[in-house]
Design a binder for this molecule. Structure first.
Ligand code: SAM
Length: 209
């Protein structure tokens, strides 16, 4: 890939990660609402909640090394992780299908992805991923889970028919309580899935046996 394209991606990522550092100041309102009722995705409409640069760089490299082409993401937010995924599939000749519940976030993600010059490699499905990824039509090579945590397991089970031997699944925020049913399911099905915790217990990488 030429140096100009690389520079466009890296500078967009740098700008987005830098803006995301201010998440902490934007989150207060969402947490305040959760005093009275359970937290909802709309409470964090103005917040990135992104993967780290280290996670993004390693996931991108993994997709390239494993030559994954069909990549599916649960939880776009403003598109930081999607840019890493799209940059990887640009190198493998694949595409990313990503899903975001909130239209306003999906619109900003698309703008960011365009500014990284990666829109040809991404389709954003707006709405609940349990609906928008229903009957997903193709075998999936890499599945990235980073949406609402208690949906990891139902979403994974819905997509299971499209996983194949060697499919990689990366789940973020595995240190959060809501992900436990997903982790338990994988540990119980050790014959089908081989998993390891990485990124100081934040990420879980699974390979379909
Ligand atoms: C942790 S953020 C994703 C961060 C993003 N992957 C990144 O690293 O830049 C989780 C996102 O999932 C979205 N989300 C939550 N529930 C969802 C659902 N049922 N379907 C699709 N997206 C959902 C939220 O609106 C939020 O933007």
């Amino acid at each position: 890939m030429n140096a100009y394209k690389r520079n466009v991606v890296e500078s967009k990522l740098r700008a987005l990660h830098s803006d995301a550092e201010r998440d902490i100041f934007r989150m207060g309102k969402g947490f305040l609402k959760s005093v009275f009722r359970p937290i909802q995705p709309a409470d964090f409409e103005n917040v990135y909640l992104p993967i780290s640069e280290k996670q993004g760089e390693e996931i991108r490299q993994l997709i390239v090394d494993e030559h994954c082409q069909e990549v599916v993401e649960f939880g776009t937010s403003f598109g930081i992780s999607t840019i890493y995924l799209a940059d990887a599939v640009r190198q493998t000749g694949g595409k990313v299908t990503t899903t975001e519940l909130l239209e306003s976030k999906a619109k900003r993600a698309l703008q960011n992805i365009k500014e990284a010059d990666l829109e040809d490699y991404v389709e954003i499905k707006i709405g609940d991923a349990l609906e928008t990824l229903k009957a997903y039509p193709k075998p999936i090579d890499f599945l990235f889970l980073d949406g609402w945590k208690d949906l990891y397991l139902p979403l994974f089970q819905m997509l299971e028919p499209q996983l194949h031997q060697g499919t990689l699944i990366y789940a973020d925020n595995m240190d959060m309580q809501g992900t436990k049913p997903y982790a338990d399911y994988l540990w119980k099905n050790k014959k089908a899935y081989s998993s390891q915790m990485i990124h100081q217990g934040k990420g879980m990488l699974t390979r379909v046996s």
